[in-house]
Design a protein around this ligand. Structure first.
Ligand SMILES: C[S@@+](CC[C@H](N)C(=O)[O-])C[C@H]1O[C@@H](n2cnc3c(N)ncnc32)[C@H](O)[C@@H]1O
Length: 423
């Protein structure tokens, strides 16, 4: 008999979200699918009234929780993803008639947008921020670049004319296509396309109408409406300790950045540029400093002063191994910072949790210089000291690394006990 609480391996990647209405607007491979969250709520926290996702990404936790009748609070440090969440929440909160009107207004633009855009001046300001941020790096063919600058002006004009939701939807459509029409490609991290890949180069003129059709289809056909409350409590999860909450959090469902070097900001630099969040190259550095340290380029030597000794035997052994073997001395520093910052987040969170709250964390481990960093095990040890007790460790996916070690994606099921369980 199929087990309805069984977690499919596809649910823990973005694969299952590619066809999900609204989720498909901006493919984000770091995301998990709504089904994963449904299963976790059914299995661990059916009676939850408030769920927190400290690393919200595209908002999967909050949209899935809404369907289960649960309010959420969330943090997400990347303004691109906050923009995406806000836009989807706004659309899904409209009444049926408002939504039909919005779909019809957007649909009406599809056959004319490319002609209309030609009548606009390319955005000078966006051009300047490109030069100041990316210097001489060439990410687009000249004509594509010009079209993108004109689209910026076109969308700004819509916003000035009080069509702010249409402007937001057009913004999402355009930024979701920036990577496909650029010379870059996302494969793990963003890199330049090869000559062969460039043979199949895609163009904004071809993709934009289809993207808008897809969005219209979702707005028209998706009868679901947001019924619960979803609040961005603080942008940066590291500040959760200072947040003021009226209600206690029943459960945390999240997938933090893995300790594998994914540079979330560099990977979304084109989108952030289009959204005007990058004016100079210092802005990328600023965002990287805000995010959880999870890659060697995130590390600054000065960080070490902020790190304390953590109570984890596995971490101590791993750091000693890394100190001897790592090809780059920033690697042990990165690991130290990662677990320190996680401790900071979960310490700040603890007095906001109900006693017995579940912490459901989807996390992967990694290998640097042949040293296996057992991220989930270390995190469980580090959090144990502040009242989070490991209940289950479920392997979601496993693969063999180049040196033969198994790397796993796991679900950590932890429970929070006030006063560390002592009365
Ligand atoms: C693995 S992704 C989460 C994906 C999400 N579960 C989804 O389905 O879309 C991790 C997210 O954490 C965010 N992040 C990194 N550091 C953060 C911080 N200090 N505070 C809040 N969010 C952060 C990243 O921008 C990224 O979107």
């Amino acid at each position: 008999m199929p087990n309805k609480n069984r977690i499919s391996t596809f649910d823990v990647t973005f694969k299952n979200s590619k066809k999900v209405p609204f989720q498909r607007w901006y493919p984000y491979i770091e995301g998990y699918s709504p089904n994963f969250v449904f299963n976790l709520i059914d299995k661990y926290c059916k009676d939850a009234t408030l769920i927190y996702d400290p690393f919200a990404g595209t908002g999967t936790t909050l949209f899935a929780s809404d369907k289960k009748g649960v309010n959420t609070i969330f943090s997400e440090v990347n303004p691109l993803l906050r923009f995406l969440i806000d836009t989807k929440v706004m659309v899904m909160s409209l009444s049926e008639s408002e939504r039909r009107k919005l779909a019809s207004d957007l649909k009406a633009l599809i056959p004319i947008i490319l002609t209309e855009v030609e009548g606009y001046e390319p955005s000078e300001e966006l051009n300047l921020s490109y030069v100041n941020t990316f210097g001489k790096s060439l990410y687009f063919e000249a004509e594509q670049y010009l079209l993108i600058l004109k689209l910026r002006s076109y969308i700004d004009h819509k916003r000035k004319n009080n069509q702010s939701l249409i402007a937001d939807l057009l913004t999402v459509a355009v930024f979701s296509l920036l990577l496909p029409v650029s010379y870059l490609k996302k494969q793990g991290d963003v890199r330049f396309k090869t000559e062969d890949e460039r043979v199949h180069q895609e163009y904004m003129e071809d993709l934009l109408p289809n993207k808008l059709e897809q969005m219209v289809e979702d707005i028209e056909n998706f009868s679901y409406s947001i019924s619960m409350k979803h609040t961005m409590i603080c942008e940066n999860a590291k500040n959760i300790g200072n947040a003021i909450l009226n209600d206690k959090i029943s459960s945390v469902i999240t997938s933090p950045p893995y300790l594998n070097g994914t540079n979330y900001f560099r990977n979304t630099k084109l989108e952030l540029w289009f959204l005007r969040h990058l004016k100079t190259d210092a802005d990328l550095r600023f965002f990287r400093d805000e995010a959880l340290t999870s890659g060697i380029n995130d590390v600054k030597a000065s960080y070490i002063r902020k790190c304390e000794q953590l109570n984890s035997t596995t971490l101590k052994l791993t750091l000693a191994e890394l100190d001897c073997n790592a090809y780059d001395k920033r690697i042990p520093l990165m690991a130290r910072c990662y677990f320190n910052e996680m401790l900071q987040i979960f310490s700040g969170l603890s007095n906001k949790l109900e006693n017995g709250a579940y912490l459901l964390i989807d996390l992967g481990d990694s290998i640097f210089s042949n040293v296996h960093i057992k991220t989930d095990l270390i995190l469980a040890e580090v959090l144990n000291d502040i009242g989070y007790k490991l209940e289950e460790r479920i392997i979601l996916r496993q693969r063999r690394s180049r040196n033969g070690t198994f790397i796993s994606q796991v679900l950590l099921v932890m429970k929070y006990y006030r006063n560390n369980g002592f009365i």
